[in-house]
Design a protein around this ligand. Structure first.
Ligand SMILES: Cc1cc2nc3c(=O)[nH]c(=O)nc-3n(C[C@H](O)[C@H](O)[C@H](O)COP(=O)(O)OP(=O)(O)OC[C@H]3O[C@@H](n4cnc5c(N)ncnc54)[C@H](O)[C@@H]3O)c2cc1C
Length: 814
């Protein structure tokens, strides 16, 4: 074996599809000095036994783009490397046996079109014409995505490895990583069973071993290996070699042609988790014993769908492990724990489909230090300490895997491992009929059931059972006063004499204001894209209080910590679990506060965008005059121990003012009417503040340097190629959920990033970017006739760049 080098710029761990793809792109696109260490042989982990179905459509536009890239790569790789990938563009049929599934496909077809892909809806007989051996009497319809296909996982991987070598990457098989040497938050060297290699960057592509490899470096990679099964049959007479792959989710099965027979597998409702401990190092080219008992329901379902299957033998069963994650998305990016440690793992049985594209974006992330596009849905920083709990993770992954082929109802909540984190008001809210959802481990009231209404969600494709109740809460916020328990907000203090300087270097807004002032601001990447969207309250010269969304706790804190200059006297302290937050919102908020507090809540003493330490019901609270619902109101941040008393006092004093307890679904409808943006949906690392209509929050005055400033100057001086706007449907009954296509004069010009219903306007509302290569001027935008494509139906709508409700913000400042 060739001797290991003493140093490499990038060490990739793992010779599966992801390690080989990442090495290929690092070498080809970035000319990096890259080596791949594989403990056994290339492909010997999960890659060799994958079934090889390659689908592309996901609910995120960026991830769909990543998967489209895979297909493009697999199609042309042989030309470059001389090694075939087995790619066949057969298309993919999805079958529907009921109306709700068909609605799901209609929405998927619209999403596909929004993301620039074709997906057709078929009748049962059209589906059968494509797949004559299929029984279709129980079908109501099907969908067909023509550019999906299938490939040979081992061949793709070998082809990628060859391509990587052609561009200078070096591969070492039989080399196991056993540890890391680190200093000051950086890995300096990799320890292996063959010696030590100094390196600048590490990429952990260790498949189901990625968790234990991460643990060697103190990095959490929350994944759970699950047992997955499929069979390969003898040849089936009459089966064409180019039939589409088939997904039959109502029968929980999938199919792919292979040498004249079928690969048939499925996702059972009672999947088996493998170990929560370490994976053996020598689990190479290995399978579990056959388990035909567990597989039997799939077999019965499959024979009902394809009767010819009953007449052929099974050549072999593949019963093998694959790593899954809590939310079904894979894990990519720079680990928050270390500066130079990257991860690409947890592929949830679509690692072959993702491998090409995931390696492409991961390589760019490794080289540039920031994600090349919005990859939030797969970002490793979407997890928290919660995900380190192996039992919790196992239960959640089992639940998610069991639902893999279930109909995806909008707004559905997971049930396992709950409650996990609760606010000090949890029991009180429960007593008031709260229906909880969960976010990053926190129980949060989505809404409140009343008067015999069931305190649970009943999911549907159309309006769901909470619709009227949320409307009640919405109207109370607009006309009276509501209290939201927002204790799950991620909250930080930035302290130290360099706090102002550190924050100024990160924020597009001006945070150098005096103590007592609030700033709504974004933090940008070097492309000017929005990485964080938060409220910053200055409490003292050397102390700031930062509030951001529940789900962004790890992400935002990592972004801030990563960008504090070494040696700066500025320390970020997470106070999320010490401080509760009650948001009191509505035109009667001031009156109510004046009943329980002797402090002055008047506009002169406490104007908008100010922070004051106040006393409420004898307890101290930091009050922030800010709103995400567009009404007069305050966020009251207090010690956990004081939350109950403040809440009780507000409830007792607010009865005759119409005080109503309200939840997160009301926040959603209220913020949509105000066109307040949600990070991760309406504003992402792909969007700069001008495109997002947040130019008002940017301060380019003076020569203050901040991350993204140059990109903003460039953006300001060229026409905007996209612009966020509000869309409101004419028909009150349309159900918007996001990703609906926007048509201008009949032509697609974008898609909704958020969708919902505004109870004040009594109309469905969405937010979305209008896109145009020549630039989106107001005159062009307003000169068009607009429709939304909703589940494949055109619905007329109108556009507005101003908020649809209280466009001048008078209520907020009242
Ligand atoms: C039954 C089954 C069917 C599937 N079907 C499909 C499908 O149809 N379509 C699809 O897209 N996906 C499918 N998948 C999923 C797919 O196989 C995986 O997502 C993919 O192979 C993961 O690739 P990887 O590179 O992340 O991991 P792996 O292929 O497991 O590679 C990780 C590598 O890291 C090495 N390694 C681990 N620890 C160390 C160490 N300490 N030092 C050095 N090397 C180390 C391992 O030896 C291994 O080779 C299927 C999976 C299963 C189980």
């Amino acid at each position: 074996m060739t001797a290991l080098p003493a140093h490499a710029e990038v060490v990739v761990i793992g010779g599966g599809i992801l390690g080989c793809s990442t090495a290929y792109h690092l070498a080809r696109d970035h000319k990096a000095d890259v080596i791949v260490l594989e403990q056994n042989q290339l492909t010997s982990g999960s890659t060799w036994h994958a079934a090889g179905l390659v689908g592309q459509l996901r609910s995120s536009a960026s991830i769909t783009q990543v998967l489209k890239y895979s297909v493009d790569l697999y199609r042309r790789l042989e030309e470059e490397t001389g090694l075939a990938t087995g790619w066949k563009m057969t298309g993919c049929l999805r079958l529907a046996t009921n109306a709700e599934r068909m609605t799901e496909y209609r929405r998927l077809a619209t999403t596909a079109r929004s993301f620039g892909m074709e997906m057709h809806l078929l009748s049962p007989s059209e589906a059968q014409a494509m797949w004559p051996l299929m029984e279709v009497s129980d079908l109501v319809g099907a969908s067909f995505l023509p550019t999906d296909g299938q490939a040979n996982p081992s061949d793709i991987t070998q082809s990628l490895a060859k391509g990587a070598r052609m561009h200078g990457a070096r591969f070492f098989e039989g080399v196991r990583v056993t540890g890391f040497r680190s200093k000051d938050g950086r890995i300096e060297a990799v320890e292996t069973n063959q010696g030590v290699i100094a390196c600048d960057k590490i990429v952990n592509c260790g498949g189901q071993w990625a968790r234990q490899i991460g643990a060697l470096a103190g990095v959490s990679v929350p994944l759970q290996p699950m047992k997955h099964l499929y069979i390969v049959t003898e040849p089936i007479p009459g089966l064409a070699r180019d039939v589409p792959t088939v997904r039959d989710p109502d029968r929980r099965t999938y199919y792919k042609e292979e040498v004249g027979g079928l690969v048939m597998g499925g996702y059972e409702p009672n999947p088996h988790a493998w170990t929560t401990g370490d994976i053996p190092d020598d689990f190479a080219f290995r399978l579990f014993d056959d388990d035909f008992d567990h597989f039997e329901p799939h077999m019965i379902n499959a024979i009902a769908r394809i009767p010819a299957l009953g007449d052929v033998g099974v050549r072999r069963m593949i019963h093998a492990p694959e790593s899954f994650t809590a939310d079904g998305n894979f894990i990519l990016g720079r680990a928050p724990e270390l500066e130079n440690f990257f991860v690409g793992a947890g592929f949830n049985a679509f690692g072959i489909a993702s491998g090409g594209g995931a390696g492409w974006v991961l390589a760019a992330w490794v080289q540039r230090g920031e994600a090349p596009m919005d990859l939030w849905s797969v970002d490793i920083r979407r997890f928290s300490d919660l995900h380190k709990d192996r039992e919790w993770l196992k239960d959640r992954v089992v639940e998610a895997t069991a639902k893999h082929y279930a109909i995806a109802f909008p707004h559905e909540e997971m049930q396992s491992g709950r409650p996990h984190l609760v606010s000090p008001l949890y029991e009180r809210l429960k007593a008031h009929g709260a229906v909880f959802g969960s976010k990053l481990g926190w129980e949060r009231a989505n809404g409140f059931a009343r008067d015999g209404e069931p305190a649970r969600d009943v999911y549907a494709m159309g309006r769901q059972n909470w619709f009227a109740g949320v409307g009640r809460e919405h109207v109370a916020a607009r006309e009276a006063v509501v209290v939201f328990d927002q204790s799950s907000f991620a909250k930080f203090e930035l302290v130290g004499r360099d706090a102002e300087r550190a924050l100024s270097l990160l924020c597009a807004g001006d945070v150098t204001k005096p103590p007592g002032r609030l700033t709504y601001t974004q933090m940008l990447n070097s492309r000017g894209g929005i990485e964080c969207d938060l409220t910053v309250a200055r409490l003292a010269d050397d102390r700031y209080y930062l509030v951001t969304g529940t789900g962004f706790r790890t992400h935002d804190s990592a972004w801030i910590r990563d960008h504090i200059a070494p040696g700066a006297n500025a320390r970020l302290v997470d106070v999320t679990e010490q401080r509760a937050t009650l948001a009191l919102m509505g035109p009667r908020a001031r009156v109510l506060l004046s009943r329980v507090s002797q402090d002055d809540w008047g506009n002169a003493a406490f104007p908008f965008a100010r922070a004051r330490q106040m006393t409420i019901a004898g307890r101290s609270a930091l009050a922030l005059r800010i709103t995400y619902v567009g009404e007069l109101g305050w966020e009251l941040h207090c010690d956990n121990a004081d939350a109950g008393q403040i809440f009780d006092a507000l409830v007792a004093a607010g009865a005759d003012l119409g005080l109503t307890l309200a939840g997160y679904r009301a926040i959603e409808s209220l913020r949509l009417e105000k066109a307040y943006r949600a990070w991760g949906a309406d504003i992402t690392p792909n969007d700069n503040p001008y495109e997002a209509g947040l130019g008002f929050a940017v301060s380019l005055r003076g020569d203050r340097a901040f991350l993204g400033r140059e990109a903003l100057f460039a953006a300001r001086n060229s026409p905007l190629k996209k612009r966020l706007a509000s869309f409101v449907c004419d028909d009150e009954d349309v159900v918007l959920i996001g990703r609906e296509t926007i048509l201008r004069d009949g032509e697609p010009v974008g898609y909704l990033t958020s969708g919902g219903y505004g109870y004040t306007l009594r109309r469905p509302i969405g937010l979305g970017y209008l896109r145009r290569a020549d630039g989106v001027s107001e005159a062009w935008a307003e000169g068009g006739r607009y429709e939304l494509v909703v589940a494949e139906q055109r619905r007329s709508c109108r556009i507005s760049f101003a908020p649809l409700y209280d466009p001048l913000g008078e209520r907020v400042r009242s």
